[in-house]
Design a protein around this ligand. Structure first.
Ligand code: NDP
Length: 419
């Protein structure tokens, strides 16, 4: 029985909270803490009627570690699941360390203010040394390793679908299907249609920052960076059909590249429709994706944050989104001296997710693994002092949990390779 604090109450958190409430044998108490407490109250009211899990709610600004710390102490929780934004990762990790509790999240640290001189000088050094220029990287959170080790605490980073499940798929393929993995292609396909000309399926600011940045992949241990959207392929996805996909930089490439150095090439592709790309390009061209504040009639506004306020709330897309997602990894390598390839993937239906938890599949495929990651840590199945990504533990209990909690997976031992 565990008492879990969940920080954030947006699209992903909504699903994770539903799932924790379905899993009341493990999560007997939840403390929901977010910037807008009414969202927590609304969910608590709805779920208390149908779940044995006791739910408490609080307001918190998780930018301030001391506010998080005060709540952890007040409620004596066993672990914190961070489902706010990547901007809050470090302050929440600090609070967990100060209070001696475990930490779980779904996305690696990224600063809100990319002009901050301390962050920028380290960022520019990293761009030069490593060769990728994404704003997010693991180095900030990996720096907490020694502190978590000394404190005997576990920090599990990136337990969403991608990153998260995709890295568990890699660990599973390595354990059960290969002696050596040579290449990994991570394919994220969203075949859903929400009927809007333009909307993002998760937090618009984080999503647009990620997609408009240069792409990159890893080859023989080195990063290769390419202009945004300049590598394009088409793939025929089970359950979805043919889709255009583009190579992006993504978190799990960094973690897998470090933890599986024998892999010769790791790439990440995401599907985008014509309308999404045209809108994004136009918004970028007029400066709406800028992360630096501008002066507007005496007010400072950050264009991408203003844009977020205009776009549909991802949490509101659930009722209107139809179609399926298909996310997985194609592995090639050697087993018993023979070349082989394996594709492990999950197909998830937007409307089925909506009927179950009131959310579309992008939030669902992130929120379910977030609950599973928290369950792995609080039940002791993935409990080790230090800071880890999901490829660093035994994948089997996590893979079983995916089948049980709504994200069943398929192993195809004869996949079509990415052209
Ligand atoms: P949303 O914007 O829908 O929700 C974010 C929530 O965090 C909101 O409730 C927001 O409060 C709250 N929040 C923001 N700032 C603070 C703060 N300073 N203190 C307390 N609460 C705060 O985002 P999503 O649910 O779409 O995404 C959540 C996380 O999941 C993100 O980190 C995202 O990158 C990650 N993600 C990971 C994926 C994966 O596969 N690994 C895929 C998709 C998302 P308010 O309600 O007031 O706005």
């Amino acid at each position: 029985m565990a008492k879990l604090m969940i920080i954030g109450c947006g699209g992903v958190a909504g699903v994770a909270i539903h799932k924790c409430c379905q899993n009341s044998e493990v999560f007997d108490t939840l403390v929901l803490a977010s910037r807008t407490k009414q969202k927590c109250d609304k969910l608590a009211e709805e779920l208390t009627k149908v779940s044995k899990t006791k739910i408490l709610t609080e307001e918190v600004n998780a930018d301030h570690a001391e506010e998080v710390e005060a709540l952890i102490r007040k409620h004596e929780v066993d672990a914190v699941l961070n489902l706010a934004l990547p901007y809050q990762d470090l302050s929440i990790m600090d609070a967990c360390l100060a209070c001696g509790v475990d930490y779980i999240d779904t996305a690696n640290y990224e600063p809100e203010d990319t002009d901050d001189p301390v962050w920028r000088s380290r960022y520019e050094k990293r761009c030069k040394e490593l060769g990728f220029s994404a704003y997010f990287d693991y180095s900030w959170q990996w720096d907490y390793r020694e502190r978590f080790e000394k404190a005997g605490l576990t920090a599990l980073l990136g337990s969403g679908f991608d990153p998260g499940v995709t890295s568990v798929f890699a660990a599973y393929a390595k354990k059960h299907y290969f002696d050596t993995i040579k290449t990994i292609d991570i394919l994220d396909c969203n075949g859903g249609d929400h009927g809007y000309p333009f909307a993002t399926n998760f937090n618009p600011e984080i999503n647009l920052r990620e997609v408009s940045a240069p792409g990159s992949y890893m080859e023989n241990g080195k990063w290769v960076e390419i202009p945004a959207m300049s590598i394009h392929r088409q793939y025929d996805f089970e359950g979805v059909g043919k889709k255009d996909m583009y190579l992006l930089h993504h978190e799990e490439i960094e973690a897998l590249g470090r933890n599986m150095p024998e892999v010769e090439r790791i790439r990440f592709f995401m599907t985008f429709g014509e309308s999404y790309l045209t809108h994004m390009k136009c918004l970028e061209n007029v400066g709406m994706l800028q992360t630096t504040p501008i002066d507007y009639e005496g007010h400072k506004i950050v264009p991408i944050q203003f844009l977020k306020a205009l776009l549909p709330d991802p949490a509101s897309l659930g009722p209107r989104t139809v179609g399926k997602t298909n996310i997985g990894c194609i592995f090639t390598g050697i087993k018993d001296g023979k070349e082989k390839s394996v594709y492990i993937y999950n197909v998830c239906d937007h409307q089925a997710c909506y009927r179950e938890v009131g959310s579309q599949a992008v939030s669902y495929t992130t929120g379910v693994p977030a609950m599973i990651g928290a369950m792995m840590v609080v039940t002791g199945q993935w409990k080790r002092p230090g800071v880890f990504t999901t490829d660093e533990f035994d994948p089997d209990p996590y893979m079983d949990a995916l089948n049980r909690w709504g994200l069943p997976w398929v192993v195809d031992e004869n996949p079509v390779p990415v052209p």
